[in-house]
Design a protein around this ligand. Structure first.
Ligand SMILES: Nc1ncnc2c1ncn2[C@@H]1O[C@H](COP(=O)(O)OP(=O)(O)OP(=O)(O)O)[C@@H](O)[C@H]1O
Length: 596
């Protein structure tokens, strides 16, 4: 195996591209693989495109499996690694060209990484005379930072100059000729090698893309340097990126490197195919716009609306409670006012009682029973026993009543369980007091009654204060709910705005794409017109050419006739000349002979 082997692997065309193209490469041009190691670009009509034929160690077409790729370019490297040679295998290519598929594969056709791991362990198991220590790290380089993918805390890694991955030693320590072999093996899934201008990335993605392209460029430089002749090689820039620093031990020296360049065949498209692709994209965008794009937002809006309705219901419930509290407060205030009035009446009564001169005069006014009654709670029970609110409480009631009992006592109306704890105690206390007077005379001394009413008044005041406090709390709660409600409404409107913005954006994209489509359509139309015009011109020119050719043939014929006539003439002239010359010679010689 060469130190650096470069293979190209074409991915099978995806369905959309396959629909657009009629073959491997699409449109009027296609890549053709010659004898598994050369790939050439052909124009379907015009034949090979000059200067577009490239040789590699291997060229795999879309039908090649991961198993075949592994067997051709990686297996030997893995075996060398087990034997102590460093090695690196990586996939390089555009996004979606099949790097991850090549490195990881799928269940039915595992990629290089699972196959390599299985192979390492199988080979180690078979080497009965050696024992192995295999260390593994799994990392990601992102924006020139190395993340340990096996660490749960997402730990960042530093590069250290020590070697890890495969180590083996002879089981028989006496065999010191080949004591310890250490090798490093890197299996790398590189990031997509896009041109940033093409991706149109911004912000974080742009930064990410810059780092990726920089490290890929440095990797390219390193590999170029390594492939140069040893003496001319000069400095190899391993330290210019984290990627090359990590790969360094397994790239230079005695290392073997397999580079698998992945490519998507549909990268080459004619204008017509490009136009069709644009149309498909537009169609997809349109579908997205109609369907799923707003689904998520609609759900959020729906949820927010539900929340809003819930909070409105809660607000209504609290408003009802508040109303009940208000009514209760009014009742209590009314009762306090009544009692104050009674108190005042009683005061007046007691003052008028003081007008009597002695107790015998006052006693004369009382009923016989009341004369012997104790001074407290007289008549209390009878006075209140007619009042529904103060109907007698069973003895077992104590200070807490169950809900049914309380419902009966309150004519079936139970408004608030909190009130159940407070009100029965209050009423029960009063009723018990009333019960204790049931056997005594009806008249209550004015002073005692006055005291009792004062006490009642104080307790009613307390209740009133409590209910006022509760009212304030409920009002605060309602205020909070109102705030919450308005913030939810704001959020809904924010989402609506966001929704509108996305729709507008998509609409803009759609319009943009449609405009591009229209421009391309116009261009295509112009091309077609040009092509038709050129075809017509070509036809005319061909006609002219044929006429010229015919004329030329005729001229050639004329020339040959003339040439023939000329040579005939020439022959005649030559023979005439020779004849004349002979005559002249003859005349000359006859003249000489005739001289005296
Ligand atoms: N040789 C192949 N045979 C069948 N399917 C393939 C092949 N190569 C790639 N694919 C499919 O093409 C899609 C894109 O491939 P893949 O995710 O491997 O691309 P990638 O170059 O790793 O992309 P990225 O730059 O996003 O990492 C996947 O659905 C993958 O299953």
């Amino acid at each position: 195996m060469e130190k650096i082997s470069v293979a190209v692997r074409f991915r099978p065309p995806n369905q959309a591209a396959a629909d657009l193209s009629s073959g491997f490469g699409g449109g009027d041009r296609e890549w053709r693989i010659d004898d598994g190691s050369r790939v050439s670009l052909l124009h379907r009509a015009a034949g090979p495109v000059p200067g577009a034929s490239f040789a590699f160690d291997h060229v795999f077409d879309g039908a090649t499996t991961n198993e075949q790729v592994y067997a051709s370019v990686v297996r030997a490297l893995i075996h060398s690694a087990v034997d102590g040679f460093n090695g690196t295998a990586f996939a390089y290519g555009q996004t979606s060209s099949g790097k991850t598929f090549t490195m990881n594969g799928c269940d039915s056709d595992p990629g290089i990484i699972p196959r390599a791991i299985r192979d390492i362990f199988d080979t180690a198991r078979q080497a009965e005379d050696r024992e192995f220590l295999i260390r593994v790290s799994y990392m990601e380089i992102y924006n020139e930072e190395i993340n340990d993918l096996l660490s749960l805390e997402g730990q960042k890694l530093q590069i250290h100059e020590n070697l890890e991955v495969i180590e083996s030693s002879a089981k028989n320590q006496m065999d010191s000729r080949d004591a310890i072999r250490v090798s490093v093996l890197n299996l790398v899934d590189l990031a997509g090698s896009e041109r940033i201008v093409k991706t149109g990335a911004e912000g974080v993605r742009l930064n990410e893309g810059k780092h990726i392209n920089k490290s890929l460029m440095i990797l390219g430089n390193v590999i170029n340097k390594l492939s140069e002749n040893g003496k001319q090689r000069g400095h190899i820039p391993y330290r210019d990126s984290k990627l090359t620093r990590i790969l360094q031990p397994a790239l230079g020296g005695n290392a073997k490197t397999s580079i698998i360049c992945t490519a998507a065949p549909e990268e080459i498209l004619t204008d017509a195919a490009l136009l069709k692709r644009q149309k498909l994209e537009i169609e997809e965008l349109r579908k997205k716009l109609q369907g799923s794009h707003s689904e998520g937002l609609e759900q959020v809006v729906l949820k927010l609306r539900n929340d809003m309705y819930k909070s409105e219901l809660e607000r209504d419930r609290l408003a009802m409670e508040l109303e009940e509290e208000r009514k209760l407060r009014e009742t209590l205030e009314h009762r306090v006012a009544e009692q104050q009035k009674k108190l005042e009446d009683l005061n007046n009564t007691s003052i008028s009682a003081e007008h009597f001169q002695d107790s015998t005069q006052l006693d004369a006014l009382k009923t016989p029973d009341s004369k012997y009654a104790p001074e407290d709670f007289v008549a209390c029970r009878l006075r209140y026993s007619n009042d529904v609110e103060f109907s007698p409480i069973p003895e077992t009631l104590d200070n807490v009543a169950d809900e049914d009992l309380w419902a009966r006592l309150n004519k079936g109306c139970v408004t608030d369980l909190d009130m159940l704890e407070m009100t029965p105690g209050l009423k029960h206390e009063e009723s018990m007091q009333k019960d204790s007077t049931s056997a005594v005379p009806l008249e209550e001394p004015a002073e005692a009654r006055c005291k009792r009413l004062e006490k009642d008044c104080i307790s009613n005041h307390q209740q009133l204060e409590e209910s006022k406090g509760r009212c304030v709390m409920l009002e605060k709660e309602i205020e909070m709910l109102r705030d919450e409600n308005s913030s939810l409404q704001q959020e809904v409107s924010k989402y609506k705005q966001e929704d509108d913005r996305i729709i507008a954006e998509k609409q803009e994209q759609l319009e943009d794409a449609m405009m591009r489509c229209a421009v391309l359509e116009k261009e295509l139309f112009r091309y077609r017109q040009d092509a038709d015009r050129l075809a017509a011109e070509k036809q005319d020119l061909l006609g002219e050419l044929n006429t010229e050719k015919q004329k030329m043939q005729e001229l050639r014929k004329d020339i040959s006739v003339i040439t023939r006539a000329f040579s005939q003439r020439e022959g005649q002239l030559t023979s005439l000349y020779s004849k004349s010359k002979a005559i002249v010679e003859h005349c000359k010689s006859s003249q000489v002979a005739a001289l005296p």
